[in-house]
Structure formats: structure tokens, C-alpha cells
Write a protein that binds this ligand. Structure first.
Ligand code: HEM
Length: 436
């Protein structure tokens, strides 16, 4: 019997034109997911550019995707669209052996003693930027938290805090690049023409060149620094690191990982913080409780707020894996070139796991712990976000610093979700004001 004689079993497909589906996936509204789930249940397919994307809302299927062999499912191939800015060696773009090699080189930068030093930088930078917030007028949390997240990431990743002018130049170049890649139109152009194509590379050049020049200069200087071994920044760690075969990282590899960390660690955290305040200011006595807790050593409520915010407004709505070898998930048979998408958005809204799921209720976390396959704003398996602890610490620290400065009130109606780059962001960036 030939392979084609037996039809493979696949989830039901949403029947709409490809253009309409791509638009509905990328406009941030997520109605297409709610409607498909209501109609088809926990698994369904969408017809997106370059193949069918299958979404999963059952935690068992999410587990099967996250624990599948790295040879069967690739995440790097799913992130191709980022290749122009991040480069070929970016952790986000690699798979299998090369991915594990780079990941092992990066992981020590985010653990234990290092994280403790990084949180000290977060505390200092948050205090400084929060002290400049306007007291009498409204402000946008995302603008503030972007400033904080950018300063933190530059200091922690590049270790440039002390060298003022260079730090400012790199900060400016990073801002420019991030504004540039935040444009939806450019993303669509990259997707259609190809992120590694000449025209797209040419289009990105003016935005990339200032950052690249600054980073390569910094890498060269730091290679010769006398205090390399005593430094805590990630750049210095990468310069000293070597893999199991004793192979050090090249300048291009280091550049690609630095840009990856700066981009991945900056916009995401700033958006998560904007949502946390957008939602919390609309909860009865929410910001009063955060304010009171922020005057003590206790951190429970701020942690619950961060967890709840990442549940109900998860920044990224799904993660993507490309099938490389035939694989069965949830009784369906997938083949190479299908894409599998654990749906963060839909699992986080399951009534059986989160009663009254649309209610923003930080206190629900007093009775339940975040489950690996039921709360996954940072993805999962061998691809789980390496900045997870870093980001949770930063959210907690920034929320507490803002709350210490006073009680916050919402400004205007609830903010709808809009798409910014690949994140789902509050339309006005989390607009709030202090209550005095
Ligand atoms: C609230 C903030 C953040 C959110 C919501 C977030 C979310 C994510 C998600 C969903 C993924 C994909 C995981 C998967 O495919 O399973 C990811 C990967 C990644 N994130 Fe984050 N992230 C955040 C902050 C950070 C920070 C602060 C850093 C670094 C300083 C960072 C660095 C990375 C990197 C390097 C990867 C690629 C990991 C790999 O492929 O092995 N992220 N993140």
C-alpha cells in the first residue's frame, strides 16, 4: 500500500482565505482563535503563508510538542522571519546540536550568583527612572519600562554602564533598530520576500549598521580588556566561554547572541509590565495592595500580579515549531513542513484550569502553582526562554519601584490589544497616573 493511499488524520481546518487568516493572526485581536476553538475544540489548523499551522489548546498536546525530540521539531525554522536583524547564529534561529551548543554557552549568564548581581542593577536603574516619573500627569508604563529594560539589558549584557558615551551611542542604535523592526509592514515584506534575501538585507542595513559597528568595536576592545575575568557582564562571559571541544565563540556568533538578548529581552519585558499595570489598575484595591506590599520586604502579591498578567495578557500568544520528521500528537499525524503551535492564549483561558478565566485575579495564584504545560508565557522544553527568571525578577522589581512611589489609577477605558512587532501590546502602552 502506498503512503498516499491512507489519508492522514489532521485537525479540522479553518476555511478562510490565506490573506484573511494571516491578517487575523497578526492583528493582535485573537478572535480567530476564540472562534476556531468554539467551533472545532482544542486542535485546529490555519492556512498560513508557507504551510498549515496547527494550534493546540490541550495541555497534554502542548506537553507532547514541548517534549518531542529536537530532531523532529525545529523552533529555529519557525523563527526565520527574525533572521535579518538577529543573524544566522542567533539562539532563536538555531536547531539541534548548534542550538544546544550556543544555549549551553549562554545559560550560565542567567543563573544563581549572576542573577543576584543582575537584580541589583535592575533595582538601581528602576529607582532612578521611576524617580523621574511625572507626578501630576498621566504616563505610559511601556515607555518607562522600555527605558528601564533597555538600560538594564545594556548594562547586564554589554557591561557598558560606566563608559557613558559609548553606552548612550549603543542605546540610541538599539532604539533605532527596535523601532525599525516593530513595523508590521516590514515584517510582512520580510515574510513575503524572504528575511535572508538581498532586498530585505539592503532595507535593514541603515537600521542595523550603527548597532553592528558599535558592537564589533566593543567586542574588539573587550577582548583585550585586562579585567575580562573579573567582569560580570554577558559579553565578557561569552568572550571567555568555550564549548565541550574547547572552541571559543567567533565575533559574529557573539554579535548575533548580543543582538538576540537585547531584542528578546527588552520589548517583551516592557510590554509585560505595561499589561500588568493596565490590568491591575482596574482591579478593586489592586494598586493599593501593591503599594502597601512595596513598603515591606514581602513580594508575594507582586509575584501573583506578574503571573496573572502573563496568564491573561501573555505578550506572545503562541510558539511555533516546524515539523522535520513525521510525528503523532493528540492522535493526529503531522508531516515535514507542517507547523505546530502550542497556543499560550487559549490554554491560559481554559475554564477547567482557570475558573472565571477572563477575570484578572492575582489571588488565584494563592491556590495554584503555575503548571509547566498550563502556564507557559515563556514557551517550553529545550527552547524555553532563557531569560525567564531574569524577566520575572525585572517585572517584580519594576512593579515594586513604581508602587513605592504612590498609588496608581487607570487613565481612560480598558486598552485593547494591538500587535507590535510580534508581541500583543496594550493600545496606549498602559496609560496610568498617580493618585495625588
Ligand atoms: C516577560 C518577558 C519575556 C517573555 C514573555 C518571553 C517569552 C519568550 C518565548 C515565548 C520564547 C520562545 C520559547 C519557545 O519557543 O518555546 C522565548 C525565547 C527566548 N527568550 Fe524570552 N521572553 C521574555 C524575556 C526575555 C529576556 C529578559 C531575555 C534575555 C535577557 C530573553 C531571551 C530569550 C531567548 C534568547 C530565547 C530563545 C531561547 C531558545 O531558543 O533556546 N527573553 N522568550
Amino acid at each position: 500500500m502506498s503512503a498516499t493511499a491512507t489519508a492522514r488524520r489532521l485537525p479540522p481546518m479553518v476555511e478562510e482565505s490565506m490573506i484573511s487568516q494571516v491578517w487575523k493572526i497578526s492583528n493582535g485581536k485573537n478572535e480567530i482563535f476564540d472562534q476556531a476553538r468554539a467551533r472545532f475544540g482544542d486542535s485546529f489548523g490555519l492556512n498560513v503563508a508557507r504551510g498549515n499551522w496547527y494550534f493546540f489548546a490541550d495541555p497534554e498536546d502542548v506537553k507532547a510538542v514541548f517534549t518531542a525530540s529536537p530532531t523532529a521539531l525545529h523552533a529555529g525554522k519557525g523563527n526565520e522571519i527574525l533572521a535579518t536583524a538577529l543573524g544566522d547564529y542567533s539562539l532563536l534561529l538555531l536547531d539541534e546540536g548548534e542550538h544546544m551548543r550556543q544555549r549551553k554557552l549562554l545559560l550560565p549568564s542567567f543563573h544563581g550568583e549572576k542573577l543576584a548581581k543582575q537584580t541589583a542593577a535592575m533595582e538601581r536603574i528602576s529607582e532612578e527612572i521611576v524617580s523621574r516619573l511625572p507626578k501630576g500627569e498621566s504616563f505610559h508604563v511601556r515607555d518607562m519600562s522600555q527605558d528601564i529594560a533597555l538600560e538594564v539589558i545594556l548594562e547586564v549584557v554589554l557591561g557598558t554602564a560606566a563608559t557613558g558615551e559609548e553606552h548612550d551611542r549603543l542605546g540610541e542604535a538599539t532604539r533605532k533598530l527596535l523601532d525599525w523592526i516593530a513595523s508590521g509592514l516590514r515584517l510582512v515584506a520580510s515574510s513575503v520576500i524572504g528575511p535572508r534575501s538581498r532586498p530585505i538585507k539592503r532595507m535593514y542595513k541603515p537600521a542595523l549598521a550603527p548597532l553592528d559597528t558599535g558592537l564589533y568595536r566593543l567586542i574588539a576592545e573587550r577582548r583585550n580588556a585586562d579585567d575580562l575575568e573579573d567582569r560580570d557582564d554577558i559579553l565578557s562571559m561569552l568572550l571567555l566561554a568555550s564549548d565541550e571541544d574547547g572552541r571559543p565563540m567567533t565575533d559574529v556568533e557573539i554579535r548575533d547572541e548580543l543582538v538576540t538578548l537585547i531584542v528578546a529581552g527588552h520589548e517583551t519585558t516592557a510590554t509585560a509590565l505595561a499589561w500588568a499595570f493596565e490590568r491591575l489598575t482596574r482591579v478593586e484595591s489592586g494598586t493599593e495592595r501593591l503599594h502597601e506590599e512595596s513598603l515591606t520586604e514581602e513580594t508575594t502579591y507582586s509575584r501573583y500580579v506578574a503571573q496573572e498578567s502573563l496568564r491573561l495578557r501573555p505578550v506572545l500568544d503562541f510558539v511555533l515549531r516546524r515539523v522535520m520528521e513525521p510525528i503523532e500528537i493528540g492522535g493526529y499525524q503531522f508531516e515535514p513542513d507542517d507547523f505546530l503551535c502550542p497556543s499560550i492564549y487559549l490554554v491560559h483561558r481554559r475554564e477547567d484550569i482557570y475558573p472565571d478565566p477572563l477575570r484578572f485575579n492575582p489571588d488565584r495564584w494563592a491556590d495554584q502553582k503555575p503548571g509547566t504545560y498550563t502556564w507557559f508565557p515563556f514557551g517550553g522544553g529545550v527552547r524555553r526562554c532563557i531569560g525567564m527568571q531574569f524577566a520575572m525578577a525585572e517585572m517584580e522589581i519594576v512593579m515594586r519601584a513604581v508602587a513605592r512611589a504612590g498609588i496608581l489609577l487607570p487613565v481612560g477605558p480598558d486598552e485593547p490589544t494591538v500587535s507590535r512587532f510580534i508581541t500583543s501590546s496594550p493600545k496606549r502602552g498602559g496609560q496610568v497616573r498617580f493618585a495625588f
